[in-house]
Design a protein around this ligand. Structure first.
Ligand code: TPP
Ligand code: MG
Length: 584
């Protein structure tokens, strides 16, 4: 019989799951785990803050469809991991967190006075899909399998396994069999029943005005081509949740990007039948309610989700289907493509032409800002120029308040699943490490991260991580020296009329909304990254080109006009979202 540790058993289980990278910071309390990862050839990717590990794992999982694994050590390491877990659970990314805890004799319940000890499972259990502590070596493998079942079941999110240091590191004489994934969990996607597909096809084919609303479920199922086929067969416009933006390439005439806010409302009010795939219809989808959507009595909803808890959660479903998005859409596409002659495609086409014209008009209006050549620059130039310079299909990460909004309005998603942000949680600073997770997912491609100066200030130390890992991330830090988005809201709350007339209040009229300067280019240089500073929009393109060409991480400090920056497009719609829609 050979000698092993609980940490080694877990590492071998991850290997059987095909895990290639684990994100986290090393610590003696789980040496048995990380040393085994290392010996098995699983890469340990180490940031400088545990919350970064959670975001790296989440972004990596979302972009690759693989499992994202992060680790943290008991007490302070886990405490630092918490914000990342909260966000990744909200965003619905498939993250397994493995942590060490103190030995079972003193940890659960806390004996009192124990070092680096808190109720990790109690806290994470409230914020994750599932969280349990392993009580002894004998249960490591079985509880590891339990965790992995939860990881791959239902809506993706955070699953946590807490393992005592004594179990992680303690040597035990045992031959532990490592099961293959198909021996303990579903490995085939959930197929819909043929009669549900048929009913959906009949409802959609005969509807005068069908539409599709796609959520992150389409990303997790990798159902981009199947979605395109269904939309095409139906001639149906496609709106998305914020997080699923671009699941249908926005170059398609069927795509209604979320930035055309009024048009989204119009499409959702025109439709008499809506196919909702992989979305709960949450707050940023206005809960599926009027006046933003047609009333449920006049709009039949077909809802498809792998998670039964999402079905009919916020809007009544005429047909609720618990199935994998890709399986369902593939079957539906096949059926609809054979029904072409039965559908009123002419009328639907006219509607699409009308939507297309509305988008072109609105786009032209937005693009007027690109004529503004003043210095420091209009923020509109940043995302627009990045789109021109970064290779098509590069990952774009958006972070910060108004910086994210500007980025959304001046970027078109042309390849599905290449846009990251924290669309459900709005977590300033998460983008710094999401970009590193994207670089881990696609090591050969440059990653673009456009981020506010406030947001960047939360985790600038991760620039050193990027240098150490050789990550090809270009951070464009939008420097307005203020908490731009909040300052704008504050000004309207304090003095709406004066704000409207003068565009901005004086320095003594706002409350704690201004920031001092961090020279992000020089900060980056101090860590060994390429650094640039640009204020003139005509010099931006060359700075980005040099930054991509340097082959490693780069930081461009971009000075923007702080007043214009506050007047980001679409702000008013954003405000409305905080109120419950009036309709039933
Ligand atoms: C971690 C975190 N703290 C606070 C907030 C509240 N908040 C939302 S936007 C914003 C200002 C963001 O400033 P910055 O990152 O500089 O972006 P800007 O709006 O200036 O473009 C704040 C403080 C938040 N979303 N996340
Ligand atoms: Mg700012």
């Amino acid at each position: 019989m050979s000698e092993t540790t609980g940490g080694e058993v877990l590492a071998r289980m991850l290997q059987a799951e095909g895990v290639e990278k684990v994100f986290g910071i090393i610590d003696g309390t789980y040496f048995g785990f990380y040393a085994s990862l290392h010996n098995l050839g699983i890469e340990i990717v180490t940031p400088r803050h545990e919350t970064a590990a959670a975001h790296m794992a989440g972004a990596y999982a979302r972009l690759t469809g693989r499992l994202g694994v992060c680790m943290a050590s008991n007490g302070p390491g886990v405490a630092n991991l918490l914000p990342g877990l909260v966000v990744e659970q909200a965003e619905g990314n498939r993250v397994l967190a493995i942590t060490s805890c103190r030995r079972p004799q003193i940890q659960y319940p806390d004996r009192g006075g124990a070092y680096q000890c808190f109720d990790q499972v109690g806290v994470i259990g409230r914020i994750a899909k599932w969280s349990e502590a392993v009580p002894s070596f004998e249960r490591v493998a079985e509880m590891g399998r339990m965790a992995l079942r939860h990881v791959w079941e239902g809506r993706p999110g955070v699953v946590h396994l807490d393992v005592p240091e004594s179990v992680m590191n303690g040597k035990v004489k045992a031959d532990v069999a490592i099961w293959r994934p198909e021996q303990y969990r579903r490995t085939q996607p959930l197929e819909p029943s043929p009669d549900q597909v048929e009913r959906a096809a009949q409802m959609l084919a005969h509807s005068p005005a069908p539409m599709i609303h796609a959520g992150s479920g389409v990303i997790h199922a990798g159902a981009f081509e199947e979605l395109r086929r269904v939309a095409q067969a139906l001639h149906a416009p496609v709106t998305t949740s914020w997080a699923a933006r671009g699941v249908l390439a926005e170059t398609s005439e069927l795509a209604i990007p979320m930035i055309f806010v009024k048009l989204n409302h119009e499409v959702r009010n025109d439709a008499d039948t809506v196919l909702v795939v992989g979305s709960r219809l949450g707050e940023t989808d206005w809960w599926g309610k009027p006046p933003y959507w047609r009333a449920p009595g006049e709009q039949a909803m077909i809802q498809v989700d792998v998670d039964g808890q999402a079905l009919g959660a916020n809007k009544p479903a005429a047909l609720a289907v618990m199935a994998d998005a890709r399986c369902f859409l593939a079957a539906l596409a096949g059926r609809l493509e054979s029904m072409r002659d039965a559908m009123p495609l002419e009328a639907r086409r006219r509607r699409l032409d009308h939507y297309g014209a509305a988008m072109r008009t609105e786009r032209a209006k937005q693009d007027e800002r690109l004529q503004d050549a003043s210095v420091p620059m209009n923020t509109a130039h940043i995302a627009h120029t990045c789109q021109q310079v970064f290779p098509e299909g590069s990952v774009l990460v958006a972070d910060g308040g108004n910086s994210t909004i500007w980025t959304m309005f001046f970027h078109q998603v042309r390849v599905p699943n290449r846009l990251l942000s924290t669309f459900k949680f709005g977590m300033l600073g998460a983008g710094v490490s999401q970009a590193l997770g994207a670089a881990a997912a696609f090591p050969d491609k440059p990653v673009c991260c456009i981020i506010g100066d406030g947001a960047m200030g939360f985790h600038p130390q991760e620039i050193e991580t990027a240098v150490r890992l050789g990550s090809r991330v270009v951070y464009l830090v939008v420097c307005d020296k203020q908490w731009g988005m909040v300052k704008m809201n504050q000004q309207f709350t304090l003095k709406p009329l004066k704000t409207l007339i003068f565009k901005s209040l004086g320095p003594d009229e706002t409350i704690k909304a201004d920031l001092g300067e961090i020279a992000f280019d020089r900060l980056a240089q101090s860590m060994g990254a390429h650094g640039e500073r640009v204020a003139d929009p005509t010099q931006l393109r060359a700075a980005i080109e040099r930054s991509i060409a340097c082959g490693g991480p780069a930081v461009i400090h971009v000075d923007v006009d702080p007043v214009k920056h506050m007047w980001a497009p679409g702000l008013m719609h954003f405000k409305d979202m905080h109120l419950e829609p009036k309709g039933k």
